[in-house]
Design a protein around this ligand. Sequence first.
Ligand code: TRP
Length: 472
Amino acid sequence: MARETWATRLGFILAAVGSAVGLGNIWRFPWQTAENGGSAFLVVYLGIVLLVGVPGLLGEFVIGRRANKSPVGALRELSGQRSWGFIGMFSVITGISLLSFYSVVGGWIMRYLLESGVSLVGSDPAYFTNPGQYFGGVSAGADAALYHLLFLGLTALIVFAGIRKGIELGTKIMMPAVLVLLGGLAAWAATQPNAAAGYAFFLRFDPSVISENFFAILGPAAGQALFTLSLGAGTMITYASYLGEDRSLPFDGSAIAVLNTSVGVITGLVVFPLLFSQGINPTETGTGPGALFVGLAGAFSQLPAGTLIATAFFAVVTLAALSSSISMLEIPVAFLVDEYDVSRKRAVAGMAGLVAVTGTVCAFEPSIFGFVAGTLVNILLTAGLAAFLLFVGWVMGRDAIEELASGAGSLGRSLSTPWLFAVGIVLPLFLVFTLLTHFGVDGSIGFWRTVGIAVVASAVAFFGLRRPESVV
Ligand code: TRP
């Protein structure tokens, strides 16, 4: 059967933006910003998105479009080596890990959406009375597992429908809805009393906070930049594999980064004024995955028409989360379809069945959830992107330049040589360094973990530097 492709020019951009815009922008970004010094974090994060994110995104695009295959097949075919296929296998594991916790958070969101929607007629949503206690009750256990299955089921339905009729059509509807609703919420948030304090916390630039905490901010900011751009898991390799040669990758990549970052910033323009208008200081609401739910739910409860606002907000977040979760499920699904000729239907059923189980474990065990959503994902994404970029720089080499230039204007072509230098050398070094800082800052790294990371990093570098004769 012929491989599917995107139907329209806009289709690919919207699908990739849909993947990028998600819980990372709405749930993780404000929480990380609050935890890491407000505007200082924003500045470092924006810098990394620009200097690492955009070239990194192009790296994944180049691999995917060159091979027209998902990561495992792409790395194996372009290198002519089986061992690269094994490295590609990590993307399958990463996709499954990501979806396992993401689907649980998606479930929380749907839970809040239903609770708010039902309360549009009748009494206040239950979480208005005691947001902390409510979140505690629904975030783990049977409730969380049930809503995780609901969210996963919706994800599976869209992926099941295929690239054009599922992912492309779905994101074409979901993304404009997200942008319009979010814009409306931001405009409305501006009218709230004391909104200015929220803007100040979020936007006032204070260089001393950066210089004093640079290394502490670096790890989380880099992790956030990769997570939000969906980098390091092969999602963007997979999406680009359905792409024709006539698209300008530099143009599409920049458009995706700009749109994604704008949504992150607009979310901040909703969340921070809202919190401050209700006298909630995000640095004091405590940390952890519940911070946004508890803080915002508290703010909603004090607002006139709070239930309506809450319903709109959670509807936005549900759509944004779904357009991301489909991109996670598509990684292992494309792997089965491409490598084993499994039908899309069976691949979706099998992989969704697997994540139904792994996600349920996350839903019942907050400690496992925390490990997967935090440490594990950080390691997999950072190491994954480093491996992909080493591949682009050292295995693809000139081919990568050619691929990047195809369909790109003269500006894109002239940038391709410095770009290759960046993705082959500078960015992998930065990523490995970040990985280490991240652990160091955590304070949780012991001797054996340091050794383990060093071994993995050298193995990746070793494979990356072995340029096979079959290519060139
Ligand atoms: N970028 C998405 C978000 O911000 C999450 C996501 C989707 C993702 N696909 C990914 C993260 C692949 C890492 C890798 O919510």
